[in-house]
Design a protein around this ligand. Structure first.
Ligand code: T6T
Length: 327
């Protein structure tokens, strides 16, 4: 078995520990065999508070575990931007790679190459459809999050009028699941609400702003919007304010970054489905280190989500899920 496929850090730690074996009990047992491992994190979008919060917690966990973690990410939500980053990170042969692939198909060949070279791959937040990729997958239950948003929005709309979903791009595992959960819940439990065709904004707030204004012009009875993530929610809020319809058109949005919280406070957004990017990041490090150390790994981990409204925002048990814009 080539050296790379054996938990390299285990080898190094044993060598290091061997020196001190005289003083301490046996190697690896109890000792953190993954100490000194090299880990890399490639996020979806570097400047996105969701991924900043994830990276901060992953860094803190890595420090606690005595391992080096370097973070990189795309400037925008784009396969053509993220693929070369994954390829170059992969070429550096880290012991572990935590990655949020921005598409469920297009990045599989690159990730397979990294994994086949012996790097332990952990999929954090988004995933690829190929189940052979990754030793662990850690994310919110996005379909359930979509259902929660539908229930909340239907109630806010008084169970009538038209509603629309605006999201990032087709082919993104997380946001596609949110749309699925939202649509199924609306169709099953709120048939009186007319669901307009889904629009995609390429993760650009300005596009979401013009899309919501165009929809208002075409559908004056628009009563609700489901925004699939942070940038979309920002754009929807801007569009409703520009149209003077903030507060009359109800909005359920995913995520809880600072601009969304401001819009929640001023009544432009009504309910946020906040995820736990910090938990995803920290558990990503732990799962990667367990795999590197040849210890049991959890294949799938579902993380916490909370619904935030103006009414419960000041509750510390809720506000702790507001995303950071810096570590
Ligand atoms: O909603 C999160 C993340 O879960 C999703 O995969 C992409 O968008 C965000 O990063 C928010 O911008």
């Amino acid at each position: 078995m080539p050296a790379t496929s054996r938990p390299r850090t285990l080898v190094r730690c044993c060598a290091a520990l061997a020196l001190t074996a005289a003083a301490t009990a046996g190697c690896g047992s109890g000792a953190d065999g993954a100490k000194g491992a090299t880990l890399k994190l490639v996020t979806g979008v570097k400047s996105d508070p969701f991924y900043i919060t994830m990276a901060c917690a992953a860094q803190e966990e890595a420090k606690k575990r005595g391992v080096k973690l370097t973070v990189d990410g795309s400037a925008q939500w784009d396969v053509a931007v993220q693929r070369p980053i994954i390829d170059s990170v992969g070429a550096s042969r880290p012991d572990g790679l935590l990655v949020s692939p921005v598409d469920a198909q297009a990045l599989t060949p690159s990730l397979a190459q990294v994994q086949n070279a012996g790097t332990k791959v952990v999929l954090v937040d988004t995933a690829v459809s190929d189940a052979s990729i990754g030793v662990s997958r850690i994310s919110s239950d996005n379909e359930a999050g979509g259902r929660t948003a539908a229930k909340a929005l239907a109630e806010l709309m008084g169970d009538k009028g038209s509603a629309i979903v605006i999201s990032v791009k087709p082919g993104v595992s997380t946001t596609d699941a949110r749309i699925k959960g939202f649509t199924e819940e609306m169709e099953a439990a709120h048939p009186a609400i007319t669901l307009l065709p889904v629009l995609y904004d390429n993760d650009l707030p300005a596009t979401a702003a013009s899309q919501v204004q165009a929809t208002l012009a075409a559908h004056p009875d628009l009563g609700g919007v489901f925004a699939g993530n942070t940038n979309t929610a920002q754009g929807v809020a801007t569009g409703l304010q520009a149209a003077g319809r903030q507060g009359t058109v109800k909005v359920a949005a995913f995520d809880a970054e600072p601009d969304e919280i401001t819009a929640l406070k001023n009544g432009t957004l009504d309910v946020l489905v906040a995820q736990d990017p910090a938990g995803i990041g920290a558990q990503g490090v732990d799962q990667a280190l367990a795999a590197i150390d040849g210890k049991p790994v959890t294949a799938r981990i579902g993380t916490t989500m909370v619904a935030i409204t103006k009414a419960n925002l000041d509750d510390p048990a809720v506000s702790k899920y507001v995303y950071r814009s810096a570590c």
